[in-house]
Structures are given as structure tokens and as C-alpha cells.
Design a protein around this ligand. Structure first.
Ligand SMILES: O=c1ccn([C@H]2C[C@H](O)[C@@H](COP(=O)(O)OP(=O)(O)OP(=O)(O)O)O2)c(=O)[nH]1
Ligand SMILES: [Mg+2]
Length: 151
């Protein structure tokens, strides 16, 4: 397993709320908790930036963190991410923040310590850009946006 430095910024993590961890040996994501002082009601259409109470330093530029919605919250309650997907750079050391968007039609109340999103560590391939005038011809060329089937 990869070692990752984490700072618990909110003293309730590991005391009142469970320590961030993988729920099962096969889980890809670690749930992020809303470190709120009081319940927060998101009216339909509302977006709020919620503190997770923790910071990580990935350090390795060949890795990144991805913040994803939880499928139950998203599908059943319309609570997804205001940025759709969050990207955590390897050199980011600040608090992990979760942009929560109520895309549904009913208000939803987030309780302090509730799991609102999940963090996945992913490999990254960084490129050195090589400027060219033309590309070598490919079968697709510039075709996209449905060019291969239904328009
Ligand atoms: O859901 C998220 C997305 C981002 N971040 C933090 C970590 C990330 O490394 C940093 C910057 O994110 P990003 O590059 O996506 O945002 P930006 O709008 O381009 O801001 P910046 O100019 O700081 O790069 O914000 C979070 O805490 N949660
Ligand atoms: Mg950026």
C-alpha cells in the first residue's frame, strides 16, 4: 500500500467522527466527511464548499487525488459535486474541500460528520510538450463528437 501523509485539522476526526480510512479491503475511495459545526440544509440548486477537516500531501507528481461523489447521495438525493469532479494536485497541502451541489428538487440536510464525497488516489502521466507543425495521419483525424455514428 502507498504511504500518504495526512493532517487531521479537525479534532473531531478520529474522536467524534471515524478516522478517514477505506471501508473495506477492496474500496478504492476513502470517504470525506463534512466537518460542519451545525447541520447544513442545501436547498435545490444550492452549492456550498464544505471543509473535510483534513489535509493530505501527495508529494509524488506521478499521483493525484480525485474527489468523486458518493453514488447513493448522488443518485437518491441529488447531492453531487459543484465542480463535478475535484482534482487534488500532488503539491496541494491545504484542507481538502468538497463542493456540494444539490442538483435535485428537494432540500437535503447534511449533518456534521456525514460522508459527502470520496477521495481516490490515481496515477498521473505528465507530458513534456513537443511542438510540431503537423501530426502523423491517424484513422480518426479530427473527427469527434459523434463523427463515428449517430450525430
Ligand atoms: O474538490 C476540490 C478540488 C480542488 N481542491 C484543492 C486541491 C487542488 O490541488 C486545488 C486547486 O484545484 P484546481 O486546480 O482544480 O482549481 P483551480 O480553480 O484551477 O485553482 P488553482 O488556481 O488554485 O489551481 O484545490 C479541493 O480541495 N477540492
Ligand atoms: Mg488549477
Amino acid at each position: 500500500m502507498h504511504k500518504l501523509q495526512i493532517r487531521l485539522l479537525d479534532p473531531r476526526l478520529g474522536r467524534d467522527f471515524p478516522m478517514p480510512d477505506y471501508a473495506t479491503p477492496g474500496s478504492a475511495g476513502v470517504d470525506l466527511r463534512a466537518c460542519l459545526d451545525a447541520p447544513l440544509t442545501l436547498a435545490p440548486g444550492d452549492t456550498e464548499l464544505l471543509p473535510s477537516g483534513m489535509a493530505i500531501h501527495i508529494a509524488d507528481p506521478d499521483l493525484a487525488g480525485v474527489v468523486l461523489p458518493r453514488s447513493g447521495l448522488g443518485h437518491k438525493h441529488g447531492i453531487v459535486l459543484g465542480n463535478l469532479v475535484g482534482l487534488i494536485d500532488s503539491d496541494y497541502q491545504g484542507e481538502l474541500m468538497v463542493s456540494c451541489w444539490n442538483r435535485g428538487q428537494t432540500a437535503f440536510t447534511i449533518e456534521p460528520g456525514e460522508r459527502v464525497a470520496q477521495l481516490v488516489l490515481v496515477p498521473v502521466v505528465r507530458a513534456a510538450f513537443e511542438i510540431v507543425d503537423e501530426f502523423e495521419t491517424s484513422q480518426r483525424g479530427a473527427g469527434g463528437f459523434g463523427s463515428s455514428g449517430r450525430q
